[in-house]
Design a protein. Structure first.
Ligand code: FAD
Length: 492
């Protein structure tokens, strides 16, 4: 039985686990991040609206209201040093009816109490001066300039990449199956996984929709996840210009409702639906969902054409009964920390939650973990060059440095062989991971052209047969055998 020894184990490499790993890497300690998926991000951090919320939605006094505005500030602070894409587009909550206009006043007041800067209510005409494609039916809107859109894939990778540069170890395809505790669950001393035992005096549960299961392993029953699925549709970049800011309808009991936004790469993102379900992993999309999303989105921006939709995805929200985040050091087993129920605005809040958890370890678990500064901590990192965004001069300089920058692998997104190779060097092991790192396969043809080329490069760089390349780990192999198998066998 393999046993590995660490100071802190983080279960889950979503935005919460990644941001926490990055903050802990500033200390001289051994940190392991375990995730059951073959690539990151995989859970809710992979499939969401990618909005860095301003922070007016949540009731003052809640953990959400506390961490959302500070998380927003932290995202803005870290965007440069960690080199991920963040567009300061601002957000609009749009009101069509009189009672919705009154609701904008309430949101404005709430936002001020939560410390959100620069908010104002603008008329429908002012909105349309700025955003000509906004519906003529919109009578007023709440403008929040600090709302931003982020590339959520890049952000998670950036936090984790920097953490790894600073010594954190990431173990993918490593599912936590049990907690190792002393008798009567007095103290935690590690976890049981599909890849053996990992030992540490501190275990942090950042397992997203699975946080309830992990919490129950510790004997803490209060975390009960009630998943709801949100379906999204992405259009190609030809209609990305329809909006500049992030559009919300007035929130309802079901949440923030259907939104319309131009993504960090200028596709149009429309969604999400809100469908309660029992399955924590069901991320299917449906025709009904597409219709609901298009109807809702066209209420805000009528010109969205259905033919521009190029793909769909769904994320599962980690709703809890309390509706708030559940962040706590348990008294028993000692050393176990829950960072659970992290639903929206969890992505925004994650960097602030991470700083808070570090403080909790320092104050409440000082007997279990020593927090001295990491003398080798490097606070910044750089992303793989984004070839598509560079000038001709910059491209030429890259090609002179490495001729593989002249080999276009993905035509829709202008991704080069050099980028794919660099993604593999930084840890990508699957076709999906290469897409997350580089956007190869994220364009109009959805990998029809580049899929086989990416697989080929993965096989070559990893030194494995092409048949062993997977889409996203496990049994998801791309190839099942050779064509003309009979002919090959006959000639052996
Ligand atoms: C539809 C939707 C829209 C949203 N929109 C926004 C938004 O616009 N802005 C915003 O701020 N927030 C938004 N959110 C919320 C945000 O996405 C989440 O709060 C955030 O991503 C949660 O991050 P996490 O790290 O806690 O969980 P996750 O990202 O789900 O990560 C959990 C990780 O734990 C791993 N894991 C689970 N069980 C185990 C196990 N047993 N062993 C090992 N690993 C395990 C999973 O593989 C996963 O990688 C949205 C969420 C959804 C679903």
């Amino acid at each position: 039985m393999i046993q590995r020894l660490f100071d802190v184990i983080i279960i889950g490499a979503g935005i919460v686990g990644a941001a926490l790993a990055r903050e802990l890497s500033a200390y001289a300690m051994r940190v392991a991040v375990l995730d059951k998926a073959a690539e990151i991000p995989s859970g809710a951090s992979r499939a969401n609206s990618a909005m860095i919320h301003a922070g007016y939605d949540d009731k003052p006094g809640t953990q959400k209201a506390r961490f959302c505005p500070s998380g927003n500030r932290r995202f803005h602070e870290l965007q440069g040093p960690l080199d991920f894409t963040l567009r300061e587009c601002g957000s609009y909550v749009c009101a069509f009816e009189e009672d919705e206009i009154r609701h904008l006043d309430a949101l404005l007041d709430q936002g001020k109490r939560n410390g959100v800067p620069g908010m104002e209510i603008i008329s429908g005409d002012t909105l349309r001066d700025r955003e000509p494609h906004a519906s003529r039916e919109i009578r007023a809107a709440l403008w929040a300039p600090s709302g931003a859109i982020v590339n959520n894939f890049e952000a998670v990778l950036a936090f984790m990449d920097n953490a790894q540069q600073n010594g954190v170890e990431l173990f993918l395809e490593t599912q936590v199956t049990g907690l190792l505790c002393s008798e009567e669950k007095q103290e935690v001393f590690g976890v049981e996984t599909t890849k053996g035992r990992f030992l540490a005096p501190v275990v942090i549960n950042a397992a997203g929709v699975h946080a309830g299961e992990i919490s129950r392993m510790a004997g803490e029953e209060s975390v009960r996840i009630r998943p709801t699925r949100g379906e999204y549709f992405i259009t190609d970049k030809t209609v990305g210009h329809l909006v500049k800011g992030f559009f919300f309808a007035c929130p309802s009991a079901k949440g923030k409702g259907i939104t319309v936004a131009s993504t960090a790469e200028h596709n149009l993102l429309i969604g999400p639906t809100s469908t309660p379900q029992t399955d924590l992993e069901d991320t299917s999309t449906t025709m009904k969902g597409l219709e609901e999303v298009l109807d809702g989105a066209r209420k805000l921006v009528p010109d969205i054409p259905s033919g521009a939709v190029i793909t769909s995805f769904a994320g599962v929200r980690a709703n809890t009964l309390s509706g708030d985040f559940n962040i706590a050091v348990l008294r028993k087993p000692r050393g176990f920390v829950n960072v659970a129920g992290i639903k929206s605005p969890g992505f925004t809040s994650a960097p602030a939650i991470a700083l808070h958890v570090v403080e909790m370890l320092r104050e409440e678990l000082a007997d279990r973990v020593i927090m001295t500064p990491n003398p080798h901590f490097v606070p910044e990192r750089t992303h793989i060059p984004r070839f598509a965004e560079l000038s001709m001069e910059e491209r030429e300089a890259l090609v002179r440095r490495d001729p593989r920058f002249a080999q276009i692998v993905c035509r829709c997104e202008t991704v080069t062989e050099a980028q794919v190779v660099e993604a593999i060097r930084r840890g990508a092991r699957t076709v999906a991971a290469v897409k997350i790192w580089t956007r190869a396969g994220a364009g109009r043809c959805q990998g029809g052209f580049c899929g086989p080329r990416v697989a080929d490069i993965l096989a070559r760089e990893l030194g494995i047969p092409l048949e062993e390349v997977t889409r996203h780990g496990g049994h998801s192999r791309l190839l099942v055998g050779r064509t003309k198998e009979y002919w090959f066998r006959g000639n052996e």
